[in-house]
Design a protein around this ligand. Structure first.
Ligand SMILES: O=C(O)C(=O)C[C@]1(C(=O)O)C=C[C@@H](O)C=C1
Length: 408
């Protein structure tokens, strides 16, 4: 039994603007920002500096979070392809709020990309570092924090199936999406030269994304829990033969030297994060907002026929899909299984009366569509799917954000 996955990815490649490095996390966020955005992948700027705030860590060892906002005004410099371009103006966090007073759990040490995604979504929030994604989700589920942030797909890797597995086991709703440009740097202790580096440590995803550059350097690779955690380890152990792959912000935050920029094998490396909350969703979308609805559809098998029926349910109502991921656990071979390889997808069923129950489904689709979950067309499409599916769970309805935020 193998857990296979195939997906349609709708990302297009765009180049990023340079951003103004003078903004600071300690400064309050601007009331609004302007972004030049393409319909699928737009471009935006984002810049900020460190400001430790001494927040407690969940299940961790006392790492500190960062506070403030990194949003900056920016415009696209280059756009290739035939994307539909529009100018959007946003007031920041979901529903116009900037997240002041909210605690957002993220996986990793301060300076992790997930933390920047949280600060991008809610510039005024307090971030809470967690050792694992499971801890971050448990923290919001248990009420210790208000939100959790989860990377769910990247242009280089596709869907992060392990994180979807986690999401589906919890009674949480998606309240916001954030696309973050992931720019990897090689960081070392001050004074260390590239020729002295024998080993590189980072999050396994970061090591994988920088495979070619690391092969060129001819160094050993060692996975650690997150990119900023690698930097912290380097710093606290004063490692002089080791470098870390992390963001330029992490270099700033921990006072390390940047030996190289743009280490990723693909120049376009974007990770999509979801901001999660306990239901009911705290976000009220304006009636005319561009919305997205995410759902999971469990079915009896015969994937391609089911895919066609799902596509027809949406296309007959002129609804565009932005994601379609097909998961099967019994087709043999196939990669992309993550931690759940060979196992059915476990989904918390919150629809029944009484306590939510965890149910196992071998055949599942992850679907994101344009439109709000209360839009009659979307409601009708879901009703049609429910006629042939075993189970449908709407994971959330949130403002569609096609901007790509850049931390450089
Ligand atoms: O290690 C970090 O800094 C993270 O935020 C995690 C994470 C991930 O899990 O995908 C996020 C984005 C990058 O692609 C690399 C790692």
């Amino acid at each position: 039994m193998a857990y296979t996955s195939s997906s349609l990815h709708l990302h297009k490649h765009l180049l990023l603007p340079k951003t103004n490095p003078s903004s600071s996390y300690s400064r309050p966020p601007p009331p609004s920002f302007v972004a030049a955005a393409a319909k699928i992948n737009g471009v935006n700027g984002h810049s900020s500096k460190k400001s430790p705030n001494g927040k407690a860590q969940i299940n961790g060892d006392g790492k500190k979070g960062v506070n403030g906002s990194g949003r900056k005004k920016a415009a696209a410099q280059h756009i290739n392809g035939n994307d539909r371009i529009h100018l959007s103006v946003s007031t920041g966090g979901a529903g116009g709020q900037d997240g002041f007073g909210l605690r957002v759990a993220f996986q990793g040490a301060p300076g992790a990309y997930s933390e920047f995604a949280a600060k991008t979504a809610l510039p005024g929030c307090d971030t809470v570092p967690c050792r694992a994604f499971a801890d971050a989700l448990a923290a919001v589920d248990g009420g210790a924090v208000d939100r959790a942030i989860l990377p769910v797909e990247s242009t280089m890797e596709g869907t992060a199936l392990r994180n979807y597995d986690l999401l589906l086991r919890h009674d949480l709703v998606v309240v916001q999406e954030i696309n973050l440009f992931v720019h990897y740097c090689l960081l070392a202790m001050p004074g260390v030269r590239a020729a002295e580096v024998r080993r590189v440590i980072s999050h396994p995803m970061a090591l994988a994304h920088c495979g070619r550059a690391l092969a060129r350097l001819g160094v050993d690779r060692e996975p650690v829990e997150d990119t900023a955690g690698a930097v912290e380890m380097l710093r606290s152990n004063r490692m002089l033969d080791t470098a870390a792959i992390a963001s330029p912000r992490a270099a700033d935050l921990y006072g390390l030297d940047v030996l190289a920029h743009g280490l990723q094998d693909e120049s376009w490396n974007v990770t999509r994060f979801l901001l999660l909350s306990k239901p009911p969703s705290p976000v009220t979308l304006p009636m005319d907002a561009d919305a997205k609805t995410s759902m999971v559809v469990a079915h009896r098998g015969g994937s391609m026929m089911v895919v066609l029926k799902v596509l027809s349910a949406f296309s007959s109502r002129n609804i565009n899909l932005t994601k379609l991921e097909v998961i099967n656990n019994n087709e043999g071979g196939g990669g992309g299984g993550g931690a759940a390889a060979g196992h059915p997808v476990m989904i918390l069923d919150t629809s029944a009366r009484g306590a939510p129950t965890l149910r196992a489904f071998p055949h599942v689709l992850y679907v994101d569509c344009e439109g709000a979950s209360h839009d009659p067309r979307v409601l009708d499409a879901i009703k049609e799917i429910e006629r042939f599916a075993v189970f449908v769970r709407v994971l959330g309805c949130y403002a569609a954000d096609s901007n790509v935020y850049d931390l450089q």
